[in-house]
Ligand binder design. Structure first.
Ligand code: COA
Length: 264
């Protein structure tokens, strides 16, 4: 049913595995179509009580948006791409049933943004998190400027986005980006154990917790500002696509060389 996802269902838990391991599970258009449908499946299927999102292979959860799809996009197309990503991630964030990220390796760019859109996160000891878009002459476009700030605070969010520095599992735990760190082998087991506790509670109450907590973080600096932050991100992501530096940054990644930015 899904081209880019593997799914499994056991004891009320629906596990979604992002499945493009040869591309480190980079998020392409098809993946957004599949994820969008999978979140619908979670919410319309009565037997599904909760979900886990993880990545295929030992190396990556998701290493970002698929950079090959950035090639040749104009500003409007780039804004549409960001809006599409934001909308699918809003759907995850506002799911009535819990969706937990089990981060099993690189969670970079859109991968970190996907993990942050989930209700909370566990990771394996080899996980690495970051928003390295600035290396490409870009900014996060799938809600990262907003959710990273909500989760780790303004100063650290600024630093991580401006430096493109990757953090390891221990630092992610210390910053509150993840709730627990496990061995790679026990990641899904531990995530399932936590979901079993959640699934023993009243489902309506759980869905109300999701609704209320989401309002609390968005309204942190007033509800309107929060929403404007996401809109501003789409616009600013599009603005970056109109620069030479973005073309240079993405070309450099694809040609496996260092980018030479000029400020134009
Ligand atoms: N988009 C498209 N392809 C990607 C990708 C992405 N975000 N991330 C990795 N890949 C591809 C690589 O191009 C490579 O493909 P190839 O084998 O056809 O050349 C394959 O996945 C393996 O990645 P590689 O870079 O060879 O692995 P590595 O272990 O040397 O490095 C990373 C791992 C995660 C550090 C590196 O892949 C990386 O920096 N990825 C991009 C991260 C990023 O900038 N994300 C934000 C995007 S907005």
């Amino acid at each position: 049913m899904y081209q880019t996802l593997l799914t499994a269902f056991e004891n009320g838990i629906f596990t979604i595995t992002i499945n493009r391991p040869d591309k480190l599970n980079a998020l392409n258009k098809q993946l957004f179509t599949d994820l969008d449908a999978a979140v619908d499946e979670i919410n319309i299927t009565a037997s599904i009580k909760a979900a886990i999102i993880t990545g295929a292979g030992p190396k990556a959860f998701v290493a970002g948006a698929d950079i090959t799809e950035f090639n040749g996009l104009n500003k409007d197309e780039a804004m549409a791409l960001a809006k599409r990503g934001q909308d699918v991630f809003f759907k995850i964030e506002n799911s009535k049933k819990p969706i937990i990220a089990a981060v099993n390796g690189f969670a970079l760019g859109g991968g970190c943004e996907l993990a942050m859109a989930c209700h909370f996160r566990l990771c394996s000891e080899n996980a690495k998190f970051g928003q390295p878009e600035v290396n490409l002459g870009l900014i996060p476009g799938y809600g990262g400027t907003q959710r990273l700030t909500q989760l780790v605070g303004k100063g650290k969010s600024m630093e991580l986005q401006m430096t493109a520095h990757l953090i390891d599992a221990a630092e992610a735990l210390q910053l509150g980006l993840v709730n627990h760190v496990t061995t790679a082998d026990s990641l899904l087991l531990r995530t399932g154990e936590i979901l079993n506790v959640i699934m023993s509670k009243a489902p309506v109450a759980i869905s109300k917790i999701i609704e209320c907590v989401n309002i609390a973080v968005v309204s942190d600096s007033s509800f309107t500002n929060g929403k404007n932050g996401y809109d501003k991100e789409v616009l600013a992501f599009g603005d970056c696509f109109a620069t030479d530096d973005m073309k240079e940054g993405t070309a450099a990644f694809l040609e496996k060389r260092k980018a030479n930015f000029t400020g134009k």
